[in-house]
Design a protein around this ligand. Structure first.
Ligand SMILES: CC(C)(COP(=O)(O)OP(=O)(O)OC[C@H]1O[C@@H](n2cnc3c(N)ncnc32)[C@H](O)[C@@H]1OP(=O)(O)O)[C@@H](O)C(=O)NCCC(=O)NCCS
Length: 162
């Protein structure tokens, strides 16, 4: 892990009214709404609270548009590997380049923290997300069979060198 996490500029403006900043406990209500609109098995309030208060490996950011939370992304920094836990935007904000900006920001932050590689899992059916990851250089390097418990769908494991 990088010696000084403060060097990461989490709050840099990426687009005129899009801002990325660290997630705070008071953001969780909004994040739960993003979850509900994005995933069949959304994470719970407790899961996010734990990530923010107990998990020292965890780094979470939110995306704000005109002051409203419209998405988020999280990762765990484990030695020199960054594991993306989740990335999601409210449906009406997708397809405008914000997911790409968000993930590029996480890759940059992970590098700053000392990560050499980044990994994530993605449903085999989630082609849109896979295309985003491929665009940013991720490659499929394995499969976790029956990884998603709601429908026993497999996950692709993807990696990128940072
Ligand atoms: C995955 C997600 C974060 C992508 O964010 P986004 O803002 O919609 O994506 P962007 O507009 O930044 O697109 C960037 C690239 O991703 C790919 N992409 C995005 N949406 C796509 C779609 N519907 N179909 C195919 N490719 C797509 C394209 O390669 C695109 O680049 P291009 O515009 O040059 O073609 C967003 O769609 C989302 O929140 N999905 C629901 C939650 C989810 O599935 N998260 C991933 C869990 S692993």
């Amino acid at each position: 892990m990088g010696s000084n996490p403060k060097v990461t500029d989490w709050s840099s403006k990426q687009q005129p009214s899009m801002e990325i900043r660290r997630m705070r406990l008071e953001d969780v209500d909004h994040i739960l709404e993003v979850e509900k609109q994005s995933f069949t098995t959304p994470w719970s309030r407790e899961a996010f609270q734990n990530e923010l208060t107990q998990n020292h490996f965890a780094h979470y950011v939110v995306v704000e548009m005109d002051g409203e939370i419209i998405g988020y992304c999280g990762m765990w920094m484990i030695v020199d590997e960054a594991h993306i836990t989740n990335i999601a935007l409210l449906p009406e904000y997708r397809g405008r380049g914000m997911g790409e900006t968000l993930l590029r920001g996480m890759m940059q932050a992970a590098k700053t923290y000392g990560a050499k590689k980044m990994t994530l899992e993605v449903r085999v059916s989630n082609v849109a997300a896979q295309k985003l990851y491929e665009k940013l250089g991720f490659e499929q390097q394995g499969v976790r069979p029956n990884y998603y418990t709601d429908n026993m769908e497999d996950a692709y494991i993807m990696w990128v060198d940072l």
